[in-house]
Write a protein of this length. Structure first.
Length: 467
């Protein structure tokens, strides 16, 4: 058995064992990286640790620490109240505001993880405060980031268009952007109605005025439902979500259609600590988006300054960092880094290019892009798989523009996986009582996208041969 196949089988075993037994998947992934790396690859522990995603660790810790401080001093609640008042108390509009804001940020040049890191904590605060399904809120934020991510000014768009240009392939940057935006918008509409959007359309903010403490635990989920999600797919998940959207079970007291109660709670004046926190959050946004500062280190810097200026509200914040999520994500990514070093990704890509049927090769490339991107850097995948596909794209049997669009969308919509940076940020910023549930829902949804997105984009952009 080749080392590449060994790494693939081991990764499958990690998922199987962690699903069946109460073993932390992140710890198991670290062990797998150590065993495979030392026993089969001959790497030292220093080599293995070199694959640790230090940048992702800093982002997760920095952002969750900063927003733990913001939650503790009431700043997040204030932002929630201001935004809800701005939309007239229409709860159903709040996730779409988050979608559009995140899309605009990435379209004008923000890195996708940076935009999600800034918006996710605020959006998940809305979800907790107004009992919006956190999966709905998280997916619309992630989809919004992907929707704007392929504009000609964006990072993803620049990478794809640059790789295409260097390889002298046909390109259409505007069509790439429009196709990605419309695909993610359509996907978000589906998400909205699967995960409780119809019920949200019947509610006003006044019907569900909660204290933050109650909001954090407002959605009990039975162990029975969690066990079912281990084995059933997306359809069963949607059914469970629909069942859970009943009044009194995590979605609040419904208002009868036609209710005209427009009263919305007026935001309370910000305290000195809240003002300092708001300035810090604005500094994070400006530093990350305008000056390209690292999101994780900038967030840690702001959190440290707030701890000095306002020590009372920062005292308990470190304990609220999502450490289990950090362990999980860093463990999986460390193992995937090992797979990249031993050539597993290149091995899969090269195997595809030898397939004689061009249409079959095209959908397999999209599937590989989706599967790998669900665990690894979407940026890296876009830069690696397009060159691998160049030889058979140049043969002219498959439309280059169509395959590039399909591959780009397939590799980006799976950022909803909890093992990607965007998905991990959503999980980390979910209320603690909801975190396991959100992780499982995003895992089911993300892996469903690994199959659905490549198939759908292949049918739309590749098979007809119109691009």
């Amino acid at each position: 058995m080749s080392i590449q196949l060994i790494t693939v089988v081991t990764l499958a075993l990690v998922f199987l064992i962690a699903t069946v037994l109460p073993v932390h998947m992140g710890a198991l992934a670290f062990v797998a990286a150590f065993v495979v790396g030392t026993a089969f690859v001959g790497e030292s522990t220093d080599d293995i640790v070199a694959g640790f995603p230090g940048d992702l660790f800093i982002i997760l810790v920095g952002v969750t620490l900063l927003f733990a401080i913001a939650k503790g001093n009431g700043t997040v609640d204030w932002l929630v109240q201001v935004a809800v008042r701005a939309v007239g108390g229409r709860i159903a509009l709040i996730p779409w505001v988050m979608f559009l804001v995140t899309a605009v940020l990435t379209a004008v040049g923000a890195v996708v993880p940076a935009a999600v890191a800034i918006i996710a904590p605020i959006g998940m605060g809305f979800a907790a405060r107004y009992r919006i399904n956190p999966v709905l809120m998280g997916l619309l934020i992630i989809n919004g980031a992907s929707a704007g991510g392929f504009s000609p000014m964006s990072i993803f768009g620049s990478i794809v268009n640059g790789v295409v240009g260097r390889n002298n392939l046909p390109s259409n940057p505007s069509l790439l952007f429009v196709s990605s935006f419309l695909f993610n918008l359509t996907l978000s509409v589906i998400v909205f109605f699967i995960f409780g959007g119809r019920e949200l359309m019947r509610r006003k903010a006044t019907a569900i005025s909660l204290t933050p403490a109650r909001a954090a635990v407002a959605t009990p989920v039975s162990a029975h439902v969690e066990d079912v999600t281990r084995t059933e797919g997306l359809v069963s998940t949607a059914t469970e979500e629909a069942a859970e959207r009943k009044p009194g079970i995590g979605c609040g007291d419904s208002i009868e259609p036609g209710s005209r109660d427009e009263t919305v709670e007026r935001p309370k004046p910000l305290t000195r600590e809240g003002i300092c926190t708001l300035i810090g959050l604005a500094g994070l946004a400006v530093g990350a988006l305008a000056f390209g500062l690292d999101v994780g280190f900038t967030a840690l810097t702001v959190a440290a300054l707030l701890s000095i200026v306002c020590p009372s509200s920062a005292k308990a914040a470190v304990g609220q960092v999502a450490w289990p999520t950090v362990l999980l994500i860093c463990g999986i990514v460390t193992y995937v880094s090992l797979m990249e070093r031993v050539g597993t990704i290149d091995w899969l890509g090269n195997a595809v290019t030898t397939i004689g049927a061009p249409l079959l090769a095209a959908i397999i490339i999209c599937l590989i892009g989706a599967l790998v991107s669900a665990f690894a850097s979407t940026t890296g995948i876009l830069g690696a798989l397009i060159p691998l596909a160049v030889p058979f794209l140049l043969a002219g049997e498959i439309g280059a523009v169509g395959l590039i669009i399909a591959l780009s969308i397939s590799s980006s919509v799976v950022d909803s996986s909890p093992f990607s940076t965007s998905g991990a940020l959503v999980v980390a910023n979910s209320p603690e009582a909801e975190r396991d549930r959100v992780f499982r829902r995003l895992m089911v949804w993300g892996f469903s996208m690994c199959a659905i997105a490549p198939t759908a984009t292949w049918i739309i952009f590749v098979a007809p041969g119109w691009l």
